[in-house]
Design a protein around this ligand. Structure first.
Ligand code: GRF
Length: 200
């Protein structure tokens, strides 16, 4: 049984998908903390509905990144997670935060990395004219959306797509991809060899 701390900033659909998989007995995990840096995140209401007390750590209330992270790290120390699961968490993490949870922070990004890192990945994919995009669950390192890849899922980009239709198609796959990645991390041994995550 792995212990998960969820960090989010927005609607929280990936968080809800992870919760649903746990409730359905498909993922042997426990959500031990939900933390939002935005007081208005939809994920907070969702969290309360699902029975978790969400912590709001509003980055605007802190003097700088280090002070905000110190508070998040304090909550994480109390919760003692095996993995810190970024689920639409729109803050960059400092090197010392990443070091504190080296190879234990996961993120989901709405493109097939290393294509289209950063914000607006779906719009970047459409503007570039790619025919296939998707999502990537990866460990977080110091690079932007750059860490070792755990799971990817592909979706077609259709001629009629705009950012919103492509985002919706990718999001459907995100939910399954995040659950699959956490299933692998909970059930199997893995090693990280350079950029590769190898499951045995
Ligand atoms: C997803 O598209 C995810 O890939 C990106 O942020 C969005 C979060 O959506 N990192 P939600 O809050 O999980 O619904």
């Amino acid at each position: 049984m792995i212990r998960l701390a969820i960090l989010l900033s927005g609607r929280g659909s990936n968080f809800a998908a992870i919760h649903d998989a746990i409730s359905a007995g498909k993922l042997e995990a426990e959500i031990v903390a939900v933390i939002s840096n935005r007081p208005d995140a939809g994920g907070i209401a969702r969290s309360l509905e699902l029975g978790y007390a969400a912590h709001v750590v509003d980055h605007k209330a802190f003097a700088n990144r280090a002070a905000h992270e110190a508070e998040v790290l304090r909550l994480l120390r109390d919760a003692n997670p095996d993995f810190v699961v970024l689920a639409g968490y729109m803050r960059l993490l400092s090197a010392s935060f990443i070091e504190a949870y080296r190879n234990r922070i996961t993120n989901i990004h709405p493109s097939l990395l290393p294509s289209f890192p950063g914000v607006d990945a779906q719009a970047q994919a459409i503007a570039h004219g790619v025919k296939v995009s998707g999502c990537t669950v990866h460990f977080v390192d110091e690079g932007l959306d750059a860490g070792p890849i755990i799971v990817q899922r592909a979706v077609p980009v259709l001629d009629g797509d705009d950012e919103s239709s492509l985002s919706a198609r990718i999001l459907e796959q995100e939910h399954g991809a995040y659950v699959e990645a956490l299933q692998k991390l909970s059930g199997r041994r893995y090693t990280i060899d350079g950029r590769r995550v190898l499951f045995s």
